[in-house]
Design a protein around this ligand. Sequence first.
Ligand SMILES: Nc1nc2c(c(=O)[nH]1)N[C@H]1C(S)=C(S)[C@@H](COP(=O)(O)O)O[C@H]1N2
Ligand SMILES: [Mo]
Length: 310
Amino acid sequence: MPNRILPSEITPESVYRQRRRLMQAGLAVFGAGLTGAWARLAEAKVSLPGDIARSRFSTDEDLTPYDDVTTYNNFYEFGTGKGDPAENAHRLQTDPWSVTVEGECARPGTYALEDILKPHALEERIYRLRCVEGWSMVIPWVGFPLGDLIKRLEPTNNAKYVEFQTLHDPEQMPGQRRRILDWPYVEGLRMDEAMHPLTILAVGLYGKVMPNQNGAPIRLVVPWKYGYKSIKSIVKIRFKEQQPVSSWMKAASKEYGFYSNVNPNVDHPRWSQARERRIGEFLKRPTLMFNGYEEEVAGLYRGMDLREHF
Ligand SMILES: Nc1nc2c(c(=O)[nH]1)N[C@H]1C(S)=C(S)[C@@H](COP(=O)(O)O)O[C@H]1N2
Ligand SMILES: [Mo]
């Protein structure tokens, strides 16, 4: 499994788009042998595996180029600069990898990544990602619905929330040698948010295995929330009755709430959230309610005051 993206592995965006169009036209391949999709994804250096179908939940907006997606990152475990993760994340050992499942469920335990992935068909989800700092990207993720995994783990009736943790290992993650955040990085979702069909676990992007700086080998993607909810390099999933306290809530509870839904009408205390800069574009564009996924997710928050529950 490649741990580093070599220059020769990088697919130019134009080639990728062309290939994707071909796939849309001719693709009847998927459906067969999907259990092997992960193996083929891991082997794919340049080409998109033929059995990864594009989800209907995808946006058709222009993709952010691969080079931007993989060199302009937030991953504080590797430093706070946008270029630090691309420079330092090669230290992360992603194979073997396991995920520990704890708390309110019938199937706790430590699972090898392969066993987590085996029953799930991988699909492509092209989502907007909107960072709380005011920039956004459009990224073709490869993953599967988190809800499908949660069903396998059989949460109990007491499971009201899901908490996630990133690896804590200052040897591999030099940013953890400084107390920038209370490590390990923790995030959480309410159970209905976690079960929502838009919420995915991603293991790749641009048809290739996840680059370390983007959260290899497995990360969350919640497209209607600010980017920091989409926790990277997950090693623990815990079902809880109590609302999790995320690392960002601990660091600054007045600035980062539990919900963190993209909302142009509720400013961050230190800056406006009304507009955003799409990476690669010059003019800012308006930020959309729930990052443009209002139709799909507004119902989750009906009756809630989104100024109070920010
Ligand atoms: N473990 C961990 N996950 C993290 C972060 C982090 O610092 N550590 N940064 C978050 C933030 S602020 C953003 S905007 C997204 C960025 O994802 P990307 O670099 O793949 O675009 O990752 C999120 N997940
Ligand atoms: Mo972010």
